[in-house]
Design a protein around this ligand. Sequence first.
Ligand SMILES: [Zn+2]
Ligand SMILES: [Zn+2]
Length: 343
Amino acid sequence: MQLYNTLSAKEREALIEEAGKDRLTISFYKYAHIGNPQILRNHLFLTWNGMEVLGRIYVAHEGINAQLSVPADNFKVFKEHLDSISFLENVRLNIAIEQDNKSFLKLKVKVRNKIVADGLNDATFDVTNKGIHVGAEQFNELIEDENTVLVDMRNHYESEIGHFKNAVTPDVDTFRDSLDIIEQDLAEHKEDKKLVMYCTGGIRCEKASAYYKHKGFKNVYQLEGGIIEYTRQVREKQLENKFLGKNFVFDHRRGERISDEVIAHCHQCGKPCDTHVNCANEACHLLFIQCEECAEKMNNCCSVDCMEVHALPYEEQKRLRKGKGASNKIFKKGRSPVLKYKK
Ligand SMILES: [Zn+2]
Ligand SMILES: [Zn+2]
């Protein structure tokens, strides 16, 4: 029984190209009590591998969080299979706006302690006592209310390239940090203000809204399905779009454009740009924003040091990396002293 990937990313890429079929990039999550995450993990891997599903999935006692690439032809059987798992029946699927057949090149299903690294001790509050879920239409009204404080629950490198207008965007590296900062900033307004929050697909707000209610906030709202579902509803119902820029996503695409505004800057020259890249030096892999000219000038690297390493023969690079721990920090926080415009 094959329970793990056998193809490399390159081999998979070739297969996808050869097949020439459309794939859908899909995400979903669900908090639920899962008795034996390992059994569920193996079941999902075996079934989805057979359907040529790819992606990154976390399974924990507290639930499941999945980002997937599903062949469009297999979507129906995929959905039927999901519906056959009692706690996933009719789970909301976020379908990406911009399709990319290579959003994921491997199927990785992992058992984790948590489905979102939140740094919280669950025993301290009731995660099911969540905020009020609102759709795009109600959200648009709420965020124009002068008694509303709109908070972006994502990290700095996500809100940097796109966010809702008038949103507070904490300059944080982790979810845990933003929980504390927002609580401090709004300590005086737990009862009089409406705390409205959003994130990419809604999962972080499930925890955050419960956390703030636990901390005494009286009026807590969260955007149902996050930016992804908001954008779908705005397009379907022809609503006014209040999101500026790009939605950062955790796959090969890195971001999907929601509006034409470019609100970020190249971290090397400072000119308007919102394209995230990873430093081409495998030992670095820093995630940062780089314009095309800088990419050319710097040979896709974040610094002169990285350019030098990247120019070495591959075997020499490997030798240098040896014993230095994980090199593949694809989503390493996008800050570095080497970046003139993002220290
Ligand atoms: Zn530049
Ligand atoms: Zn680098």
